[in-house]
Ligand binder design. Structure first.
Ligand SMILES: Cc1cc2nc3c(=O)[nH]c(=O)nc-3n(C[C@H](O)[C@H](O)[C@H](O)COP(=O)(O)OP(=O)(O)OC[C@H]3O[C@@H](n4cnc5c(N)ncnc54)[C@H](O)[C@@H]3O)c2cc1C
Length: 399
């Protein structure tokens, strides 16, 4: 498919752009999947509600829950691009992931209960998958859920620890994976749950990161009781629920092209402003060549995004598309912000709030955050193995 725009799509883009200009909660100060400061949360919830209300989020939900099945399939991508272009907050939390699970595997009661609260911004979700001993090898997760009681009174009692829970400190609900059958093979004995983060026994401990910000958390679960009615999908079939919902979260890909184009523009402007000799860094041919090379890669990244979108829309995705796109994006992002740091010399060490820090320390923060992009959503080393095995058909790595 050719991803050519139409007058209708261009009109849609301009409407979204105007909507963002009117309703967005301001510029997002840091790059990446970040947690807002607590005082920003009311504005973030209102922003989320406004996006759903306008039909810009949940586009692919069933119509009774506010979805727009007649929408052009590129609309979710355009919304993501415009949010990135405005450098404002994308939807915060794991609601897209959780709603994908609820829509595909949840009961009608669960959908009626949870989806409207996501739409209204009342419920922010977090993703409770990773554990200290289970990241790349997620199926190694050991948080236990034991069933107690029967019928309507049945509950699962959960004990264990989750980690890297982005926005856990703000979340009302958690999309939890826990082991319900320790005797089954690793992928089979896992169940997905909707967990109220206000449940007794849930303890959220924020982690302070190298960036100085607190974007993710440890979550301790000690005798937490979850009604059996809050199991998402079949008991012991949580692996399928998790993999399917992870595979459905797609519009984020679109933002990658826009995000790196913006960073490239900033980098060029930074080089132009940075004094060197009698002129600016941009007068230096080595700097121009380096920026030219990065610009080439930014355009390749844009082409990869377009290819991925095209294949998604046609159902012709290749197993290596997602890993290649993610590796290319995250490594290029690193190289862009690394160059931005080096252009500044020792001034690059200044961080947010330091007098004289360029762009109030944006580059330093982006540089320190850049490694996170190479890990989140699958570590690049593991994704390279996926490309080798699933994309190129090379012999499987010994497990
Ligand atoms: C910014 C960010 C946000 C996140 N948010 C969430 C969240 O909200 N909820 C959630 O549940 N999780 C979240 N995560 C966790 C994320 O899913 C894990 O970090 C990821 O799955 C990697 O797991 P790990 O950190 O345990 O690293 P490990 O799996 O322990 O990997 C450590 C290193 O070993 C390498 N490695 C591991 N296995 C192999 C292999 N087979 N072959 C080659 N190399 C290998 C990895 O590439 C990596 O370099 C987040 C992570 C980041 C960085």
């Amino acid at each position: 498919m050719r991803l050519e725009s139409t007058p209708e799509l261009e009109a849609f883009r301009l409407t979204v752009r105007a909507f963002i200009a009117e309703h967005a909660p301001g510029i997002k100060a840091h790059t990446g999947v970040r947690a807002p400061e607590p005082e920003l949360m009311p504005a973030i919830r209102a922003w989320t509600a406004a996006l759903y209300e306008a039909g810009y989020l949940g586009i692919d939900w069933p119509a009774p829950y506010g979805g727009r099945p007649d929408a052009h399939p590129l609309e979710p991508f355009i919304v993501a691009e415009e949010i990135a272009r405005a450098r404002t907050w994308p939807p915060v939390g794991a609601a897209a992931l959780a709603s994908a699970a609820l829509i595909e595997f949840g009961t009608a009661t669960q959908r009626d209960r949870f989806l409207p609260r996501i739409r209204s911004g009342e419920d922010m979700w977090c993703q409770l998958f990773s554990e200290p001993g289970a990241g790349s090898d997620l199926a190694a997760l050991s948080t236990r859920a034991r069933r107690e009681g029967d019928g309507d009174d049945a509950v699962y009692v959960v004990d264990g620890q989750k980690v890297w829970t982005t926005n856990g400190q703000h979340a009302d609900m958690g999309y939890l994976l826990a082991r319900t059958d320790p005797d089954a093979s690793p992928h089979r004995g896992i169940t997905a749950f909707a967990l109220s983060m206000r449940s007794p026994g849930v303890e959220i401990r924020p982690l302070r990161e190298i960036t100085g910000t607190t974007d993710f958390n440890e979550v301790f679960l000690d005798g937490v009781r979850i009604p059996a009615a809050d199991v998402i999908g079949e008991v012991d079939a949580g692996w399928r629920v998790a993999m399917s919902s992870l595979g459905r979260e797609r519009s984020g890909v679109a933002a990658r092209g826009t995000e790196l184009l913006a960073t490239l523009e900033d980098l060029t402007a930074l080089a132009e402003r940075t004094p060197a000799g009698a002129g600016s860094a941009l007068d230096d041919s080595a700097t121009r060549q380096a920026i030219g090379e990065l610009a080439t890669r930014v355009h390749v990244n844009g082409a990869l995004v377009a290819l991925a979108q095209s294949r998604m829309l046609h159902g012709t995705e290749q197993p290596a598309d997602a890993p290649i796109g993610k590796i290319f994006f995250s490594e290029l992002n690193h190289d862009l912000v690394d160059f931005g740091m080096r252009l500044q010399g020792t001034d690059g060490l200044l961080t947010e709030g330091d007098p004289g820090a360029v762009a109030d320390g944006w580059w330093a923060d982006a540089y320190l955050y850049a490694r996170a992009y190479t890990i989140a959503g699958g570590a690049n080393e593991v994704l390279r193995t996926q490309i080798a095995e699933r994309g190129l058909g090379l012999p499987r790595e010994p497990r």
